[in-house]
Design a protein around this ligand. Sequence first.
Ligand code: ADP
Ligand code: MG
Length: 768
Amino acid sequence: MADSRSELLNRPVPDDLAVLARGEGVDPRQAWLSAETDLNLAGGYDQVFLLVEDERLVTVARPCERWPNAVRINLSRTAVKEVRTRQGVGGGFLEVLVDGVYVEVLAFSNARADLFHKVCSKLKLWIGDRKPSVSREDDYNPRKCPKCGMTLEFKGDLCRRCINRGAVLSRIIRLMGPYAGWGILMLAILLASIGLLMIPPQLTKHLIDDVIEPAVKGTLTTDRAARDLMVLVVALIGILILRAICDSVNGRLSSYVGTQITTDMREAVLARLMRLSVDYYDRHSVGQLTSRAVNDTGAFNDLIRNVTGGYLAQILVVVITGVMLFSISWKLALWTLLPAPLVILASTFYWRRVYPRYFRVWDAWSRLWSSLSSILSGVRVVKAFGQEQREEDRFGRSNRYVRDSARRVEYATSLFNPAMGLIFSLGGPIVWYVGGLEVINNALLGNHEGLKLGGLMAFMAYLGMFYGPLAHMTTLTDWLTRLLTAAQRTFEVLDTSPQIVQADSAKTLTSPQGSIRFENVTFGYSRHEPVIKGVSFEVKPGEHIGVVGKSGSGKTTLINLLARFYDVDEGRVLIDGIDVRDLEMGDLRKTVGVVLQEPFLFRGTIYANVTYGRRDATPEEVLGASKASHAHKFIMRHSLGYDTYIGEQGAGLSGGEKQRISIARALLYNPKILILDEATSNIDTESEQLIQEALARMTAGRTTIAIAHRLSTLKNSDRVLVVDKGLIVEQGSHEELMALGGLYHRLVKIQTELSREPSVDALTILKK
Ligand code: ADP
Ligand code: MG
């Protein structure tokens, strides 16, 4: 039981403070939630605890001049009507609504913002009479590895340190299955190439022992020696050429296979990303997914290329030259193993002292990466608030962290690698001495079978080949880890199954009528926090519905459920009497057209953007839709008209212009159910009315749901739904709701009062 407690939400209160609190009637052991903050309400550093019991909420801290008691705030659950966090500079406040005013409960620094957002959501449940659970799960921070605490590049990313290397490697090998034939061919060519590499030292041996030495001693005629030399030269050149051919062919093969696998993986990743539902994109940033689809898939190519040209080739060279060393002289080979214990010692040093330093480097890179991507994606806000210097400083800190951690590794390796090199090359002098003596002895004793000068020379050549790659092997683990992490990231995308899938026996909807019904729908983006709470309503075919409510009340969420971007937790959403979960996806998309709250335009021409949903539209249709959405006029103001090229996310257009283009796009799509989510919020009142009129014309016989920004535009609606805190609190016509004198009435009053201010909107009305 004890280890299921949350470290953050069950903070133990220090003994001295607990004693003081108990003295004032608060027992910290009674609290189901206990959170610690580092600021007091005056903004000074202080250790303050928020304790929440079943029926009350208190804060306790050590007494001081300003707060002479340990218990600083004491509120009963029933007194608290609402909870919220408010972000200030450098930190925020947790506030509760008591007697109609928000009072500050505690202050927190930015470092604890996540914690108190979580506390806030728990408290919301608590005042709603549903005591939430607090457990270890609440400590989960998606930016850190849950196992080792290392910073991750992205929320919920993989941890390089904790990745199961064996499992990933075996999966990669299985993935290469279809390429097994190519793999065997490459391996064969690689072995041939290494075999050829082994021949030149043998030729050297032959050159010295069988040609030069006998010729010098006079046991071989000069003519014969010259002829033999010629043969050796031709053989050597032949071997060099063959090797070059082998390497070139293998390079080609590995490039062919490697790029093919990478291309296949990239396509597979994108196909999967396209099938994943919207909720996946709530959890993963665009930067992260882009990097997975583009960079991480490259790991497969990298791996294949290294098989033929890099690490695998080097490992094979080490093994084969080892065999050659023993075949020339096993006694000498054993001598070269003399420094082996030192190698083991050095390796232990490496694994204990050097390798762990890489963790810091990875951690540092992840921080740099995420700090940079957050700065760049928010660059407009940075500039608008003049925070360039602060961001530079923040980036500078992560950048220096990268520098320092990289130095730590590189200082260590720059000591370690030469040391390893030294240890390995100690074999050389030993061979000189022992081998030299043996060659001399064999010559003096006339032992013709034993090691001769040529053999020794060949041995030394193999020894060079043997040690060369060994010195580079220290970078192998870093490379392999990076590669396996990248591969696993792509696997992770491929392994994610879409939350929203088409039912097996999906129903088709060929001629939709456009009726909508919500039956007791409950839904929340996270499991324990419903955003829509048991909503029911019905829309008849062709009805024009307006939806109003404060921001955050759940209007867009209703639309998300209707368009089945998310599935309901409870209840049903029906279109023409069919549960949207049973509808064929394609038919659902054709029936429901949405103009999103944030209009999105693709890079390309205006024409391509308007026809995005219907490539086959005729120019007349495009013109009709653009005119109805009042986009035509401003489009024609550009010299290229509909061929005007617009940049990333509609750069070069105003908010209102983007909205008009996206309305034209939806009209052209011609859905039976048209949804406009605050689609005219960036458009001035006059144009908005014109658009509404055009829509009324175009939307005749079409079910329309318009989430309205300005309530004045709702006068044309057949019916208005008023949403508040995930519930539909009122519905009826504009007149009925005004007469009711409820929330709608209040919202309208606020808006008319606001528009009495001499705003630009108001002026355009006056002019008319
Ligand atoms: P509205 O459109 O009425 O302004 P929304 O339906 O967008 O309100 O949001 C309702 C609530 O759901 C808000 O509290 C918001 O913070 C939350 N919410 C909206 N979208 C998401 C999401 N993708 N993930 C988690 N919470 C969300
Ligand atoms: Mg919204």
